[in-house]
Design a protein around this ligand. Structure first.
Ligand SMILES: Cc1ncc(C[n+]2csc(CCOP(=O)(O)OP(=O)(O)O)c2C)c(N)n1
Length: 468
């Protein structure tokens, strides 16, 4: 039987071994094929916890030279991986065994899903010969995991492993990034197949992640609204980090003289000590909310306009034009703001606006006056917070603690915040000194318990840079 002619034929390995196999074929177990495909696409640590299903994968990793970090709780492995992906801006790779291994991932997966963090997550599943027969640790894990991820790919044929691993990386990075699960039954992970080595080599030649760019007509409508504005404010979120749009944001904001307010996830989109930075907006604003309330045009970039950022959807003034740049079309109108939608990657959208927005000198003067005014407001805010920032009280006031962090953390250092008030206070008082993702907080799902494993993952990504 010519198995190459019809790749959809499900031919047991024993039959295949009996037929003549081209000599260049590479005989691998499913687990070894997973490891080989991942090694082509991923240059970084692996996080996870073993189980029998993935014994073949672990054996292949052991001999591959890849570094795997066993973390005794899959939720923490996913949190560490999520932070690693934020700091490197590359997809993390995680593995878990079936049942509780898979279900322990859920909080971490939803964090990455909601925050747009890319990950490829291998999950073992029951042997298909016995599935449904009260197999140990068996549960309806595919049904449990599917709503927690961007996509779930189930491997039914060992020979499709290179293809599906490639597809998982594509989907994790394409458009708005997110986690993709590859669900692998035990028998698939343990079965052997004669792979064509070219299938693995081809993975290295995959294209760059696909991004979108708004139409010229939509850009023109946005430009009209922005050019007329005397009091515009940029509202930026984590999408600026995902798009690595730092230069585009700085150059647009500077040339147009538009101040920048950020969400907790968007912290670092512009350095906190940049003269254009208004700090965080929303529930824990310094001065940004005042300028938003009083603005005549809002430009929202890679920001979900969620509950905390909008003070439960009440912050944005009614009737003020809103231009919204987002790579995910489903975000437009989602929280009740129906503005001018630019369906675009953040950097592409900002570059398009920067080229086309031509405000008059009087408009630029008016905007500069407002920026100068914001510096006065920020000094007043600092004076009002001085008692907390300089407090000598014991136990230490959190504002005083963050003053110390601001003083000791080097310019390229990274601060990790746990869910809960740790994030809110550090979002308010921590100052990033350059534009980069150096404040990592789990705003996707805000689970407590993120901080410590995330710091471990971030440190693996950061090398010798300081992580607190
Ligand atoms: C998994 C999970 N359980 C419960 C909560 C609800 N919650 C939010 S903040 C918080 C308190 C956390 O206390 P602590 O770690 O001392 O930090 P604090 O926020 O008080 O600074 C809790 C329980 C949560 N965010 N995540």
């Amino acid at each position: 039987m010519d198995t190459d002619a019809n790749p959809y034929l499900d031919v047991p390995a024993a039959d295949t071994a009996a037929t003549a196999v081209p000599t260049n074929r590479l005989r691998l177990t499913g687990g070894a094929a997973l490891a080989k495909a991942i090694q082509v696409l991923h240059d970084g640590p692996l996080f996870g916890m073993a189980g029998f299903q993935f014994a073949t994968y672990y054996e292949a990793i052991r001999t591959s030279g890849m570094r795997h970090w066993l973390i005794n709780d899959e939720r923490s492995a996913m949190f560490a991986a999520d932070a690693w992906a934020r700091v490197t801006n590359r997809p993390a790779v995680v593995d878990a065994t079936l049942g509780p291994g898979a279900t322990n991932l859920v909080s971490g997966l939803v964090e990455s899903l909601n925050a747009g963090i890319p990950a490829v997550v291998l999950v073992g599943d029951a042997h298909r010969l016995h599935a449904g027969k009260n197999m140990t640790q068996e549960g309806r894990q595919v049904d449990i995991l599917r709503p927690a991820v961007k996509e779930l790919l189930r491997v039914e044929h060992v020979q499709r492993i290179p293809e599906l691993v490639g597809r998982a990386f594509d989907l994790a990075l394409r458009g708005r990034p997110g986690p993709v699960v590859i669900d692998v039954p035990e028998d698939v992970a343990h079965e052997s197949w004669d792979f064509d080595p070219e299938e693995f080599d081809a993975l290295a030649r995959r294209g760059k992640p696909l991004k979108t760019r708004a139409s010229a007509a939509q850009v023109a409508t946005a430009v009209e609204a922005i050019s007329a504005a005397q009091r515009p404010v940029l509202l930026v979120g984590g999408g600026v980090h995902l798009s690595v749009a730092y230069e585009s944001l700085a150059s647009f904001a500077r040339s147009q003289k538009i101040p920048v307010a950020h969400t907790l996830s968007g912290k670092g989109a512009i350095a906190c000590n940049d003269p254009l930075s208004l700090g965080v907006f929303g529930r824990y604003s310094r001065v940004a909310n005042d300028l938003i309330t009083d603005s005549d045009c809002l430009i929202v970039v890679g920001c979900k306009l969620g509950e905390i950022a909008t003070r439960r959807y009440a912050l944005l003034p009614k009737g003020v034009p809103v231009v919204q740049i987002d790579i995910d079309a489903s975000e437009f109108g989602r929280t009740g703001v129906n503005g001018i939608a630019l369906w675009s990657d953040a950097a592409e959208g900002l570059d398009d606006l920067a080229q086309a927005c031509l405000p008059t000198p009087e408009t630029l003067r008016a905007r500069q006056g407002r920026i100068d005014g914001s510096h006065v407001l920020l000094s007043q805010w600092r004076a009002s917070a001085a008692q907390r920032i300089d407090s000598e009280a014991s136990p230490i006031n959190v504002a005083r603690l963050l003053r110390a962090v601001n003083e000791v953390l080097p310019e390229d250092g990274i601060l990790i915040a746990d869910g809960g008030f740790a994030t809110h206070w550090s979002g308010l008082f921590f100052d990033t000194k350059k534009a980069a993702r150096q404040f990592v907080a789990n705003r996707g799902f805000a689970s407590i318990g993120y901080g410590l494993p995330a710091a471990l993952g971030a440190q693996l990504a950061a090398g010798s840079r300081r992580v607190i």
